[in-house]
Design a protein around this ligand. Structure first.
Ligand SMILES: NC(=O)c1ccc[n+]([C@@H]2O[C@H](COP(=O)([O-])OP(=O)(O)OC[C@H]3O[C@@H](n4cnc5c(N)ncnc54)[C@H](OP(=O)(O)O)[C@@H]3O)[C@@H](O)[C@H]2O)c1
Length: 293
């Protein structure tokens, strides 16, 4: 299948590219002037906020599937840069949908548990979204744009993605490892709950969704429902690092700019039942990551 991946330099984009390149014809795209981890895979610069560029590239390449991994993902940044966040997460998605109109191509889009308010998580696909921060709002609006379009779609909501991608900046795991290895104390919130998701497991799931031609809305996440402080302790434990460098703090004390859903996270029964994908625990994922270093 001819697949165009947006945001291919991002944490998830890299993992999807790795897996999908084995059996599909790919065109990877992102803002940067090259694919940061491979010279062998076809790449084009694409800013999804530029509708003319999207139209031009799509009509030249004629993809059968768009995997949209591009997004503005800085949750606090989105409160300050609303125009940019909306431009990428909502208008960018609308540009993709418009460019696909009149073709038979399909879109797979990635969304988030931050479409929920975090009052009663973890959440099912049937629960009603109620975003409480601007990032969550833009992701909800992107879902709405897709649902109301005529383009065949699959939306996968996920949360707290972690992995060993090239995109270290965004990785919670590498942040914890680097800080503790440098004997720096870190403060990690103990009241934001979710089920951390191994990027490779999500990429395997997307591969399966493509193979089985599954469409609709699905939740995919890890099997452990824990808070970020407990997650950091688990990272230290698996990498045999001193846990005393990790201090527990409340969200209120930390004072993050964007309000956070406290009991967020996702229930994955539906995707497991319909596709048989594997749901990884944090321990399984970190053990594999550690073994491949
Ligand atoms: N990370 C998480 O914990 C998490 C949780 C739930 C859902 N998600 C969703 O999962 C998806 C993938 O997330 P991720 O963690 O892989 O994100 P990421 O690492 O931040 O990657 C996003 C990529 O999109 C690129 N991008 C930004 N603006 C763009 C534009 N205008 N046109 C084209 N590309 C653009 C970014 O480039 P620059 O780096 O140069 O800006 C980056 O390479 C997103 O839809 C996100 O909302 C993520």
């Amino acid at each position: 299948m001819k697949i165009l991946i947006t945001g291919a330099n991002g944490m998830l984009g890299e993992k999807c590219t790795d897996i999908l390149a084995e059996k599909h014809e790919l065109l990877t795209t992102d803002l940067a002037d090259k694919l940061t981890y491979s010279n062998a895979i076809p790449y084009a610069v694409l800013d999804i906020t530029k509708s003319e560029s999207v139209n031009r590239l799509f009509s030249e390449y004629k993809p059968e599937l768009i995997l949209n991994c591009a997004a503005y993902t800085n949750v606090d940044g989105a409160e300050k840069n609303k125009e940019l966040a909306h431009g990428v997460n909502v208008d960018g998605v609308k540009n993709i949908l418009a460019a696909l109109s009149g073709t038979n191509a399909k879109i797979i889009h990635i969304s988030t548990d931050y479409v929920f308010d975090g009052a009663h998580g973890p959440y099912r696909e049937t629960d009603k979204p109620k975003p409480i921060n601007y990032y969550g709002m833009t992701k909800f609006l992107s879902e709405e744009a897709i649902r109301h379009s005529s383009i065949p779609w699959t939306i996968i909501r996920t949360n707290v993605i972690f992995g060993d991608s090239n995109f270290q900046e965004a990785s919670f795991v590498s942040w914890v490892l680097n800080k503790i290895t440098n004997r720096e104390t870190i403060r990690v919130v103990n009241d934001q709950f979710g089920n951390p998701t191994w990027a490779d497991g999500l990429a395997m799931t997307i591969d399966k969704i493509i193979d089985k031609q599954v469409s609709g809305l699905y939740h995919y996440a890890g099997s452990d429902y824990i808070n970020r402080f407990e997650f950091a302790l688990e990272i230290a434990s698996i990498y045999s690092l001193d846990p005393t460098f990790i201090r527990s703090i409340t969200t209120r004390t930390l004072g993050q700019l964007a309000p956070r859903p406290f009991k967020a996270g996702l229930i994955t029964d539906l995707i497991r039942k319909e596709t048989g994908v594997k749901i990884f625990s944090i321990k399984e994922a970190l053990t594999i990551m550690k073994g491949t270093e």
